[in-house]
Every structure is written in structure tokens, then in C-alpha cells.
Design a protein around this ligand. Structure first.
Ligand SMILES: Nc1ncnc2c1ncn2[C@@H]1O[C@H](COP(=O)(O)OP(=O)(O)OP(=O)(O)O)[C@@H](O)[C@H]1O
Ligand SMILES: [Mg+2]
Length: 319
């Protein structure tokens, strides 16, 4: 069996009347990059803070690399690099001074700090801003400094709370590349409310909603649950008229297809349809066969990407 880096055992957290986390359990083997996905207020930050030893669970326990966080938060924290949500940094401090300060907290002897910090700064792309005050940095650079402080202690586990939130598209790509790079040697839990963020960076996804665990799957399984069942098709004008009624009949005749809807016309003579299939399988081969057998002028066919909300709906509906 793979050794676990993280074990969340029946974690509960209440704030007064609010039940932020309700019996969440999961384990993460060494080396995995896990997306921790959920809408606003789902309990992501609360869960990560409990794992990181900054929030005491109301019930349950977190175990980091064999260390119970409640029993020995300091030892557990040494194994963790934590990038909090909206990472609070000292605006008045110069980047380099701040990193030395963090190194100090991580008990790295002053004589070794430069050696330790140099590759981290290179890796995080902040070597050119070391002399600037943190308050002068752009959001993207701030976030990089947040990453740098998280890895100063060379932790085996990184807990990243919405690491790309508020960044522009270029900065998002840079941070994603950094996560991928760090993921080569570290176990990572990355929280986000964006499904595509998980798609871009993670092997596996844990979904929480209202403090409860809704799904824990590898990405492919989850994506197929969310997307396999709806397919878009576009038929071209071809030589003659395309017959919408005929197309509709053929699509509806495919086993498993429950629902055929036509999309508004693009005004170019093409006809678009969306179909919903029952079951979890991929309906595209059967659709293609029916279309080909009936000689319909197919231009495009693809699985529709569904939103996180729809995936949630599918995951929670009728179960
Ligand atoms: N310190 C606190 N005091 C009171 N309530 C809190 C506290 N921290 C979190 N909560 C509540 O617990 C619930 C879960 O919050 P949490 O911040 O964990 O969610 P989240 O998934 O991180 O949300 P977001 O995507 O908005 O960051 C929310 O209802 C929130 O209002
Ligand atoms: Mg949060």
C-alpha cells in the first residue's frame, strides 16, 4: 500500500451555528497532486487550515506524514508548506528580508540561508524583485513570493489555497507551471472553486459542498461523469437541404439517448443539436454510427463541457 502523506479522519469544524466542515475523510498518497474543489463557503479553507495545524477541529483528526496534527502541530507544520488564501505578507518588508525572516522561523542557520534561498527565488521567478518592498509588487509576483515562503522549509507537502485567484491569464499560466514543477517532488493539495483549474493541474479531485465530501475520484472518472452524457453535433448544409426532422429522428433512435434539442441557427445553413444520454458511458460511437449509416452530413461532434455547478448537480442528484 502507498504511504499516505495526508489522512483526514472524520474532520468536523463548527463556528457557532455554522457547520463549516462535516465529517470529511480522505487520504492522499505521497506524490499526488489533488484538487480540492468546492463553491464559495464549501469549507475548503477551513479544511486546509485544519490540515495545516492553524485551526483545531471540532472533532476528528488530521495526520500529516504519520504525525497527528493535534498532538504535535509544530512537528506537523514543519512538513507542510502552506499558501493561505490571499496570502498575508508584510507590505513594508523587502522581499529578500521577508524570505530571510521566514528562513529564520524555519530555523535555517543564517550561514546557510543564502544558499537555500537562491534556488527557491530562481524557481519562483522572483530573483529580479528581491530588493523591492512587498507592497510594490504586482499580484502575480506577490503570489510567487507566497509560494517561495511556502517552500523555504523544503516541505514534502504543499497546501495551496486558491493559488491563482485574482491573477491575470498570463500569471495564471505561470503559477500553474510552477505548481506542475513543484508537483514533481512534492505532494500537493490545491483548493479552488474552478473546475478547469483542477483539470490543468491535478491528478485527482476531491469535491466538497456545504462542508461535506461529495466526490473523490481521479480526474478522468469525474470528467466523464460530468461530461460524457451530453454531446453536441453540428450538421452542414452539404449539397442539398439538411432535414432537421430527419436528423432529430435518427439521433433519437440511438439507444440511451434521452433528449434531443436543437440549438439556435448560426445563420449559415448549419444545424446544431445537443443530446443527453442516460448512463455513464460515452454515447459518441453509437451516435457516429447512426449518423454515418443514415448518410447525415456531420461536420462536428464533441462532448460538451459542463460547468462545476452542473457536475455538482449530477453528483448529488438522485443518489
Ligand atoms: N473564522 C470563522 N468564523 C465564523 N465562520 C467561519 C469562519 N471561517 C469560515 N467560516 C464559515 O465556514 C464556512 C466555510 O468557510 P470556508 O472559508 O472554509 O469556505 P471556502 O470553501 O474556503 O470558501 P471560499 O471559496 O469562499 O474561500 C462558511 O460558511 C464560512 O462563513
Ligand atoms: Mg476559502
Amino acid at each position: 500500500m502507498l504511504r499516505s502523506m495526508v489522512e483526514a479522519r472524520e474532520l468536523y469544524k463548527s463556528f457557532g451555528e455554522t457547520q463549516a466542515v462535516v465529517g470529511v475523510s480522505f487520504s492522499v498518497p505521497i506524490g499526488q497532486i489533488v484538487g480540492f474543489l468546492g463553491p464559495n463557503g464549501a469549507g475548503k479553507t477551513s479544511t486546509l487550515r485544519m490540515l495545516a495545524g492553524y485551526l483545531e477541529p471540532t472533532k476528528g483528526q488530521a495526520i500529516i506524514d504519520g504525525v497527528a496534527v493535534n498532538d504535535d502541530p509544530l512537528l506537523a507544520r514543519r512538513k507542510i508548506g502552506y499558501l493561505p488564501e490571499n496570502c498575508p505578507l508584510y507590505d513594508e518588508m523587502m522581499v529578500i528580508d521577508f524570505l530571510h525572516f521566514v528562513a529564520e522561523l524555519r530555523m535555517i542557520p543564517p550561514s546557510q540561508q543564502n544558499e537555500r534561498l537562491r534556488p527557491i527565488c530562481d524557481r519562483c521567478g522572483i530573483s529580479s524583485v528581491l530588493g523591492k518592498d512587498i507592497g510594490q509588487l504586482s499580484k502575480g509576483y506577490r503570489q510567487r513570493v507566497g509560494f517561495a515562503q511556502a517552500i523555504v522549509g523544503d516541505p514534502d507537502l504543499l497546501l495551496l489555497d486558491e493559488p491563482t485567484s485574482g491573477l491575470d491569464p498570463n500569471q495564471i499560466l505561470e503559477i500553474r507551471a510552477l505548481i506542475k514543477e513543484l508537483g514533481k517532488e512534492k505532494t500537493i493539495i490545491l483548493s479552488t472553486h474552478l473546475l478547469y483549474e483542477v483539470q490543468a493541474s491535478c491528478d485527482r479531485v476531491i469535491i466538497i459542498s456545504d462542508g461535506k465530501l461529495m466526490a473523490d475520484d481521479d480526474l478522468e472518472t469525474l470528467m466523464s461523469r460530468g461530461t460524457a452524457s451530453r454531446v453536441s453535433l453540428l450538421f452542414g448544409p452539404g449539397d442539398g437541404e439538411v432535414d432537421a426532422t430527419r436528423i432529430r429522428e435518427v439521433l433519437a433512435s440511438v439507444p440511451e439517448i434521452r433528449n434531443v434539442t436543437s440549438r439556435p441557427s448560426e445563420g449559415d445553413g448549419t444545424l446544431g443539436f445537443s443530446v443527453d444520454a442516460g448512463g455513464d458511458g460515452d454515447s459518441r460511437p453509437a451516435l457516429f454510427q447512426a449518423v454515418a449509416q443514415n448518410g447525415l452530413p456531420l461536420l462536428e461532434m464533441y462532448r460538451e463541457q459542463v460547468s462545476l455547478e452542473e457536475t455538482f448537480r449530477k453528483l448529488t442528484q438522485g443518489t
